[in-house]
Design a protein around this ligand. Structure first.
Ligand SMILES: N=[N+]=NCCCCNC(=O)[C@@H]1[C@H]2[C@H](O)[C@@H](O)[C@H](O)[C@@H](CO)[C@@H]12
Length: 452
């Protein structure tokens, strides 16, 4: 008996990204991306892992589509590799790159799986990085031109488009922390990059709509509820600033309010350079907001003069000592954080539609006697699905949920050391082995809800 049933037509799905699963980095005319450069730079990734082969999805995609079909998920979110489409970032289009995604989309539709296409999931053509990358305003225009090329080819069959995946991570993990490509550590550049990413979104949306009639277009943000470490005033104010840094910096301009005044004041002369019309472009109406939720941000005041934010994340070991269970990423498992986030989004921004475009967890999965028992992942997903159901009951316009990830894959700086998949990948043989959570999720999809 289904206790927590989801609305009819709820879009259950799985999610992946090009550089994390495809491999075939030198095949069929693909050009290098900044992640090819970064992962081949000594010391940047776990044990020097690269995406050169990854899950070899570029060649094994028919088997992967079959696994999706067996799972029974009605939707699949994947990203298109810009360097396969425009190897130099602009100019000459690589038809063989377009052909790959054309075949994949046709196979998904044949399998009655709705494709959700992410246009940018971090693999910027290196040729554009050589011309300034996202720190250069021209890259925003190049992105809109790339979106136009892809939407013209696939827009008759792809009706759900996501311009960007997690611009916060691209800007601040890639250009401030420097632990992602292109590995820059400069606050001013990172803030300017966040502006150019949003601007590129604003210019891509009309291009997609023009080429893909009645398409639904949105953007995916990594968002978290922000919780102060203590009720002390300084921690509560730090949490407010961190909420501005992580959430409101992107949500406010996308929903037509311009950049948050408190953050412009906090950033001072680090604030981005914008041109007339930029904010209007960024505020172009979207059909849905994609939300990637993993864990809340637990924040405390930090007096360091080197930190304009004067707020830092509470370290994982403290969270563990406080009683939180952690995933292999060191992220606290807080299903209620998803409910809290969705209710806040509905209250403060009221998007017409929300999709959870990523939620999932890495655990220390072991292959034993040809099987992978992953009870922790089942519990994680169960509890987060229950939180999403509660939000639905409280009026949140949630229309779908994509589990990260369909299969184990290249986890960026962590390489292949972190496993998020519903399907285990044996990286020696590239064999796909569905984990117990795959069968469990298949049951949830068939019942369209949780049975206990
Ligand atoms: N310092 N630091 N960093 C904090 C980063 C938190 C947000 N990371 C994500 O959301 C990434 C998202 C990504 O889309 C996917 O490509 C990744 O594989 C998953 C799993 O990691 C998640």
């Amino acid at each position: 008996m289904v206790e927590r049933r989801f609305p009819d037509g709820f879009l259950w799905g799985t999610a992946t990204a090009a550089y994390q699963i495809e491999g075939a980095v030198d095949e069929d005319g693909r050009g290098p991306s900044i992640w090819d450069t970064f992962s081949h730079t000594p010391g940047k990734t776990f044990e020097g892992h690269t995406g050169d082969v990854a899950c070899d999805h570029y060649h094994r995609w028919p088997e992967d589509v079959h696994l999706m079909q067996q799972l029974g998920a009605p939707a699949y979110r994947f990203s298109i590799a810009w360097p396969r489409i425009l190897p130099q970032g602009t100019g000459q289009v690589n038809q063989r790159g377009l052909d790959f995604y054309d075949r994949l989309v046709d196979a998904l539709l044949q399998a009655e799986i709705t494709p959700f296409v992410t246009l940018y999931h971090w693999d910027l053509p290196q040729a554009l990085q050589d011309r300034g990358g996202w720190a250069a305003r021209e890259t925003a225009e190049a992105f809109a031109a790339y979106a136009d090329v892809v939407a013209r080819r696939l827009g008759d069959r792809v009706k759900h488009w996501i311009t960007h995946n997690e611009p916060w991570v691209v800007a601040f993990v890639g250009h401030f922390l420097g632990v992602h490509a292109p590995g820059i550590q400069d606050a001013r550049i990172a803030i300017q990059v966040s502006h150019h990413l949003l601007l590129s979104h604003g210019h891509a949306v009309p291009a997609i709509r023009a080429a893909s009639p009645d398409a639904q277009v949105g953007i995916t943000l990594n968002l978290s509820p922000v919780r102060p470490a203590t009720e002390a005033e300084e921690d509560r104010l730090a949490a407010q600033r961190y909420d501005g840094f992580l959430n409101r910096w992107f949500l406010d301009p996308l929903f037509g309010r311009g950049y948050p005044q408190d953050m412009l004041a906090t950033y001072g002369e680090l604030a981005p350079t914008a041109q007339t019309g930029d904010l209007d472009a960024i505020a172009v109406p979207i059909d849905f907001l994609g939300v990637n939720y993993y864990t809340p941000a637990f924040v405390r005041y930090d007096a360091s003069v080197l930190n304009p934010l004067k707020a830092i994340l509470v370290p994982p070991e403290e969270l563990q000592a406080a009683g939180y269970e952690l995933t292999e990423m060191g992220w606290a498992i807080v299903p209620d954080g998803l409910y809290e986030l969705l209710i806040r989004l509905q209250r403060d921004f009221a998007p017409s539609t929300i999709y959870i475009t990523e939620n999932g967890a890495a655990f220390a999965d072991q292959l034993e006697d040809g099987a992978v028992r992953d009870p922790k992942r089942i519990a994680f997903l169960h509890d987060h699905f229950a939180a999403a159901h509660r939000a639905l009951q409280d009026g949140v316009p949630l229309r779908g949920y994509f589990v990260w990830s369909l299969m184990d894959n290249f986890e960026w700086a962590h390489g292949y050391s972190k496993r998020f998949g519903l399907i285990y990948i044996d990286y020696e043989t590239l064999e796909r082995i569905p984990k117990e959570s795959y069968a469990w999720y298949s049951e949830v999809i068939r019942a369209n809800g949780l049975v206990q």
